[in-house]
Design a protein around this ligand. Structure first.
Ligand code: PTT
Ligand code: SF4
Length: 601
């Protein structure tokens, strides 16, 4: 099938063996790419392994649209069995490595085993080498990127870890291009456990598409459509930071470890402040709506901002200065730590201190303390050790009721949306494939604009529709979803792009079915790998059920547990899962997953 590199590359870091396999058309048709390829490989090859042992595998995969010259297509999925959650984990990173991987002729790289010493892998088309990385080990992700670019060229695709990944911090991410991060559920730690500092890719071949002329014409129209959208201008000014003011107004801005949803000082650090401090913009390849906004942080260093980062490293820990939150963001990028989990861990420690559960005094908003904690977390030392496995594990260690306000689902810390008064988004976090991430369904903006307080079945149906598009399609086609989400770029373009690239005609109904296959296989993977997995894993933390915010427009409101239960039951019914949340045999069989049904049956 056209549009793919067509080859899976396997690198065994224990034995040094490098091998290549053809990817079948059936695999391409059934799983599309990215997340689809990753979960199929994990299902087939990674069972009952310690996520940080050499038996785990780390998968880098792209889809038919990734790396192509079309809107926002420079994305790549990085997946593995997660050391943070124990289940399926992945992330989606924007990187030149996506373009180079496609041009080198590969769709998937599977990293296996463990190198005896620090190494990096260099892929130059057919030529693949495992090289010494002793001099890179211990370097932060900016320094190591500089050194690798110096050696292999400024335009090479580089994926790498910072010291957080080397130190096996369970929410370490993979980094690229000084500020792109991917793989929230500890993909950086898996990379570190293999002694793999980096992957450098240089591809020079052209991609064989089915109809390049048609693709070119449609792509031109696509880019024009994006630029012509009403919301484009404002997006270019604030990017994802436009959500800051909106979240605050609607009581969703995570504040003081998600205790509140309105931050008194939000005007000191929202998107308009960003506009005033703006020094430049960065982004992923092929994108004409780049969202990486740069400012000078409190140490006068350049930092790339996003709403999630600032929400979690600002109000969530009581910090009221944008340059200070940016400095923590920059530290997280250097250390290769996920900003969302980092903000949640610091918030957890601040609350523990306030409640007298730990002897250390750490005040909300104490920037120096937050910097110190970030370093300790990156090293896994001092108080950082308590949270280096995430807030779920920290609360299990600490006890004393802290489980109620350890803000995670399935062990993954919650992205920056407080849901005391957003039951649909609470369910989206509850049922996301990798734990509490907004990537599979950001229903919150629809929910607030439509019927915020309802617990109707129609809301559950809407949630599933979002999951099919976002978690199903975008993660497997492996292109950025933000053109659609943020400027309403037409979804109808994607089947057309796919046809021009692969030569296969697919409707959105077909793509939904592919997405369902992928999401059901992810669910089956959780069931197989985590013995206690079931309904109880699909609940957000007690804080949203038992506590309310003290001020703002949703003051006094909390998620109604009985109604959440009802929504969850409808969700399972609509998905074709039993009431313990496990896919039914006929659901799996209808998706061509009979063998999977037999294994988890
Ligand atoms: C993503 C998660 C997000 S989602 C953000 S900000 W966001 C955080 N960014 C981090 C960062 O930066 N540094 C850091 N050390 N940790 C970080 N952790 C957080 O990671 C990201 C963009 C964004 S910005 C979003 S919404 C969209 N996410 C997409 C997605 O998931 N799928 C998809 N097909 N397209 C997407 N487009 C957008 O990509 P994870 P990136 Mg990301 C500094 O990684 O694990 O998926 O978690 O990759 O290149 O940085 O792009 O307001
Ligand atoms: Fe990357 Fe942002 Fe563009 Fe998406 S919108 S491709 S995340 S720069």
């Amino acid at each position: 099938m056209n549009g793919y590199g067509g080859t899976l590359l396997r690198v065994n870091l224990s034995s040094g063996k490098i091998s290549k396999e053809e990817i079948s058309d059936a695999m391409k048709r059934d799983y599309l790419g990215g997340r689809g390829f990753a979960v199929k490989l994990l299902w087939d090859e990674v069972r009952s392994v310690d996520p940080l042992s050499e038996k785990n595998k780390l998968i880098f995969s792209i889809g038919p649209l990734s790396g192509q010259m079309l809107p926002s297509a420079g994305k790549m999925v990085i997946a593995s069995r997660s050391p943070l959650t124990g289940g399926y984990g992945d992330g989606n990173i924007g990187t030149m490595a996506s373009v180079h991987l496609k041009k080198a002729g590969y769709d998937v790289v599977v990293m296996e085993g463990k190198s005896g010493k620090p190494c990096y892998v260099l892929i130059e088309d057919e030529n693949v080498q495992i090289l010494d990385a002793t001099d890179l080990w211990g370097k932060n992700s900016f320094e190591a990127q500089d050194l690798l670019e110096k050696k292999h060229g400024k335009n090479s695709g580089v994926l790498l870890i910072g010291p957080g990944g080397e130190n096996l911090i369970r929410f370490a991410t993979v980094m690229s291009q000084r500020g792109r991060a991917g793989g929230r559920p500890g993909m950086g730690a898996v990379m570190g456990s293999k002694n793999l500092k980096a992957l450098v890719i240089k591809g020079t071949k052209s991609v064989l598409n089915f109809d390049d002329a048609k693709l070119k014409e449609m792509v031109k129209k696509g880019y024009e459509e994006i630029k012509g959208k009403e919301s484009y201008e404002f997006w270019m000014k604030q990017g994802t930071m436009q959500a800051f003011e909106w979240a605050n107004e609607n009581g969703c801005l995570p504040t003081f470890n998600f205790r509140e949803g309105v931050f008194e000082f939000s005007k000191e650090m929202d998107g308009y402040v960003l506009e005033r401090l703006h020094t430049g913009r960065k982004g992923c390849p092929m994108c004409n709506m780049q969202c990486g906004h740069l400012i000078k942080d409190s140490s006068d260093r350049e930092a790339e901002l996003d709403y999630e980062n600032i929400g979690m490293l600002g109000p969530n820990i009581g910090i009221r200065s944008l340059p200070q939150a940016a400095a923590l963001n920059r530290m997280a990028d250097e250390w290769g730590l996920d900003t969302i989990s980092l903000g949640s861990c610091i918030g957890f420690l601040m609350e523990a201190s306030e409640k007298g559960l730990i002897p250390e005094k750490i005040e909300w908003g104490d920037f120096e303390a937050a910097q110190k904690l970030t370093l300790e977390i990156g090293k896994g030392e001092g108080l950082g050790k308590l949270v280096s496995h995430g807030v779920k594990a920290a609360a299990e260690t600490l006890g004393k009721g802290s489980q109620q306000w350890a803000m995670h689902v399935k062990g993954l810390e919650i992205s920056a949306y407080n849901c005391h008064a957003c039951p649909g988004m609470a369910l989206a976090f509850g049922t996301c494939s990798i734990g509490a991430h907004h990537k599979d369904a950001w229903i919150i903006s629809w929910e607030i604009a439509n019927d915020r307080f309802s617990y109707d079945k129609s809301k559950v149906e809407k949630l599933i529709e979002f999951q099919k598009i976002r978690g199903g399609f975008f993660e497997s086609a492996t292109v950025c979803r933000l053109p659609w989400v943020e400027v309403s770029f037409g979804l109808q373009w994607y089947p057309e792009y796919l046809e021009a690239v692969t030569g296969e005609k697919r409707t959105w109904e077909d793509l939904y079915k592919t997405g369902d296959r992928v999401l059901n296989l992810v669910r089956a993977y959780w069931k197989r790998e985590v013995p206690s997995f079931g309904r109880t894993w699909d609940y957000p933390p007690g804080r949203w059920f038992e506590e309310t915010q003290s001020h703002g427009k949703v003051k006094g409101i909390k998620v109604d547990r009985a109604k959440y239960e009802q929504m969850l039951s409808w969700y399972y019914e609509l998905r074709g899962w039993d009431q313990n949340g496990i896919p039914r045999r006929e659901t799996l069989e209808n998706l061509g997953l009979r063998g999977v049904a037999e294994e988890i049956g």
